[in-house]
Design a protein around this ligand. Structure first.
Ligand code: GRF
Length: 193
């Protein structure tokens, strides 16, 4: 079985992590989430992982030898694929080099539009509305050294409505993310077979 780690953000809700765990447990995705890594142990995502019964480790990018410790914890769990779900910091090159092509990230817009440094959370949806885009959505892509630039695995789209606010658009896109991330993970792990 494909062993997968999910790396969540420090303030993350963990909703994408939850969607991935559920999709794996239901058999929709032939993989197992064997580890969640969170930058802190008092975030909603950390608590959600515990409630789901998934092993979770708190590891902050500010800690000494973050790169070495992250590689150790991922190797210890014999992880073959990594899913970034809300992680706000860049992954150390040691991790990128060890899992090339096996690290997936989800972005709440249709890359290459509205990606890159500073484009996260509410900023993304504000940019979509300011640009007058008629369509938005989410993108799952392979992580490379630069923000939001790796090859796209999958995109799902939704309309932008005339009376949308960043909040209403974010809600519509998040519902899509919960479908897109499991579908993308399935595509990647099934590519191994
Ligand atoms: C999602 O909107 C995702 O696109 C972005 O960070 C957010 C994480 O949300 N990368 P959650 O913690 O999965 O609910």
């Amino acid at each position: 079985m494909n062993r997968v780690a999910v790396l969540v953000g420090s303030k993350g809700r963990g909703s994408n992590m939850t969607a991935l765990v559920r999709a794996c447990r239901s058999g929709e995705v032939p993989a197992e989430i064997v580890l969640v890594v969170s930058p802190r142990d008092d975030s909603p995502a950390f608590e959600t992982a515990q409630a789901l019964g998934v092993p979770v480790v708190a590891l902050s990018p500010k800690e000494a030898d973050y790169a070495g410790r992250l590689v150790d914890v991922l190797r210890g769990a014999e992880v073959g694929t990594l899913c970034l779900a809300g992680l706000m910091t860049k992954l150390p090159v040691e991790v990128l080099d060890r899992w090339p092509g096996r690290i997936l990230n989800i972005h709440p817009a249709l890359l290459p539009r509205h990606g890159g440094k500073g484009m996260y959370g509410r900023h993304v949806h504000e940019a979509v509305l300011a640009a007058g885009d008629l369509e938005s959505g989410c993108t799952v892509h392979i992580v490379t050294e630069n923000y939001d630039e790796g090859p796209i695995v999958l995109q799902l789209t939704c309309p932008v409505l005339p009376d949308d606010t960043p909040e209403t658009l974010a809600e519509r896109v998040l519902a899509l993310e919960h479908r897109a991330f499991p579908l993308a993970l399935k595509k990647v792990v099934e590519g191994d077979e």
